[in-house]
Design a protein around this ligand. Structure first.
Ligand SMILES: Cc1ncc(COP(=O)(O)O)c(C=O)c1O
Length: 364
């Protein structure tokens, strides 16, 4: 290997993130056409029409660099979240904010506490900087064990990730547990609360993470336009934090990281409450249907505050569903080989998944 000694050791050791299999790949690999993809927690209802229109209007300007400050989006979002514009950092998806945090805060020898199983990008961005992920197992109910996570923080800890609701379990933590956790984290440790799925959460006592941004320097809330707003393909997300941390993250980012089409699409989608409400209700109905059907089939599921469900379908379900033209997410890499994660789709897609599952389980 010519580059063995040239490439950073911690990069060479990385296991790349495994995305949900694209429909086109299934067609290429297994010759299965028209598969249903319920693997990446995308919006089944598609993007807001207003976002699509905004992209159409903007497309003739793509020879120009975007506004590196994302000014219009910043003003609109700051108003919506009752924050100052200087508290927002935009990225090509929330993924990029994870990268910016890692790049800004971590060096070899530093530790980052996060739950496991949780979002697979956490260990990747941490190891990418030569730092060490400290993975704290979920409780028996597959919920973040916040007291254990607080205990895992030590002098080497620079950053803590809390994924709420958690991917891939869909479970969430409530306000009391979250507030007690935040009180327990020493000043100087950055707490990143990943709320990619917050818009689907239905529990009444969902934590008020933005109140902690106002109260505790070094707190950042990560959100995305990829989920409820249906803009996963254009890549835009953000972090909401205090002005000091925002300023450091701004220094670490590329000047034009959010492209023109993403900015106008996000701005238009933000205004389309009707679309977001529809996404939320299609999701709630789909979750109810999937839960009911899975429980009827004797499959264990966990309560989900997100747009997907974790289901104990047995160890071979992922591959057998693929052969039935249904792409879900294998959770084998999370140490849960007998489970799958299934995204909530449109009613006919959900039914297609349930029908396929019945077939592979021999239920008529
Ligand atoms: C928990 C969590 N955080 C962050 C992201 C990244 O989202 P984005 O598409 O904004 O990069 C995802 C994407 O699935 C996610 O599940």
């Amino acid at each position: 290997m010519a580059l063995e000694k040239t490439v950073n050791e911690h990069i060479a050791a990385l296991q790349p993130y495994e995305p949900g299999k694209p429909v086109e790949q299934l067609a290429r690999e297994l010759g299965i056409e028209g598969a249903v993809k319920l693997a990446s927690n995308e919006s089944p209802i598609g993007p807001s029409k207003r976002a699509v229109e905004a992209i159409r209007r903007e497309v003739g300007n793509i020879h120009r660099y975007p506004d590196g400050a994302s000014f219009e989006l910043r003003v609109a979002l700051a108003e919506r979240l009752s924050l100052g514009g200087e508290q927002l950092v935009f990225g090509a998806g929330a993924d990029e904010i994870l990268e910016l945090l890692a790049k800004s805060l971590l060096s070899p020898g530093d530790e980052v506490v996060h739950a496991w199983p949780s979002f697979a990008m956490y260990p990747i961005v941490v190891q990418g900087m030569g730092a060490t992920p400290v993975q704290v197992p979920l409780t028996d109910d597959l919920v973040h064990d916040l007291p254990a996570m607080a205990k895992a923080v030590n002098d080497r800890t620079k950053l803590v990730f809390v994924c709420n609701p958690n991917n891939p379990t869909g479970t969430s933590v409530g306000r009391d547990a979250f507030d007690a956790f935040m009180e327990a984290i020493p000043a100087g440790v950055v707490v990143a609360i990943d709320e990619a799925y917050v818009d689907f959460a239905r529990r009444e006592d969902f934590p008020d993470s933005l109140a902690w941004v106002a109260r505790r320097p070094g707190t950042i809330v990560l959100r995305t336009f990829s989920k409820i707003f249906g803009l996963a393909g254009v890549r835009v997300g953000y972090g909401a934090t205090d002005p000091e941390l925002a300023d450091y993250l701004q220094r670490a980012r590329h000047p034009f990281n959010v492209n023109r089409l993403a900015e106008v699409a996000a701005l238009a989608a933000l205004d389309d409450d009707e679309h977001a409400d529809r996404a939320r209700s299609v999701n709630a109905e789909g979750l109810e249907y999937l839960t009911r059907e899975l429980v009827d089939l004797g499959v264990e599921v966990w309560p989900s505050d997100a747009n997907f469900l974790l289901a104990r379908t047995g160890p071979d379900a992922y591959d057998r569903l693929l052969c039935e033209g249904v792409i879900v997410r294998s959770t084998a890499g999370f140490g849960m080989p007998d489970c799958i994660r299934v995204s909530v789709g449109l009613p006919k897609e959900n039914q297609h998944f349930i029908d396929a599952l019945k077939r592979i389980r021999g239920v008529r």
